[in-house]
Design a protein around this ligand. Sequence first.
Ligand SMILES: [Zn+2]
Length: 241
Amino acid sequence: MLEIAPIPCLSDNYAWLLHDTVTRTTAVVDPGEAEPVGRALAARGLRLDLILLTHHHGDHVGGVAALKAGHGCAVLGAEADANRLPALDRGLKDGDRVAVGRATAVVLDTPGHTRGHISFHFPGDGVLACGDTLFSLGCGRLLEGTAEEMFASLRRFAALPAETRVLCGHEYTLANARFALTVDPDNPALKARAAEAEVLRARGEPTLPSLLGSEMAANPFLRAPDVATLARLRAEKDSFR
Ligand SMILES: [Zn+2]
């Protein structure tokens, strides 16, 4: 039901445009800046109805005020983080449902990168907007949460259907591939995904959305069998150059 498009923001962020063509309802996930989102909307002749926020970092919320002023759209984000998100029209918690036209998202609590991080899963569309929790071939840094929390968040994603399209918050795939290949050098799915990402980036195209099934086969963080392994990988990645 949803048309989906990445909108590059700042240096390597993506806001995600979600549009139901029948009801002409439009949402954007994590508008890090207003200008590119406004251009993407104008190019399609759309008005913005909803802003969905995964977490409070400035590179995910920087465009909210200007978009709200220009479009009068509603802003939705984690109730638990309402004190540090832009003013919310609706606070969300785990299990809440959000309609984008005919499509429905289920809110998942996915802490680890930040304490109040949430993700939006559209089961009927096979879409997961996961902010900075899961990246293609990587996962978010543990800036506030613990490895236990990140592990539990990634397990929730791993339970979703393999054909789920994953809308990540950053274009980190090539850098993540370089690290992933050092820890799992003989994984054919990882080598294939890394090669695919090289081709896409050489053409100036996004490597996202990724497919969850591809990540399950290739992403060492999503494949980590236990918390200790995930914690070790995350620590190694933090100091990897
Ligand atoms: Zn972040």
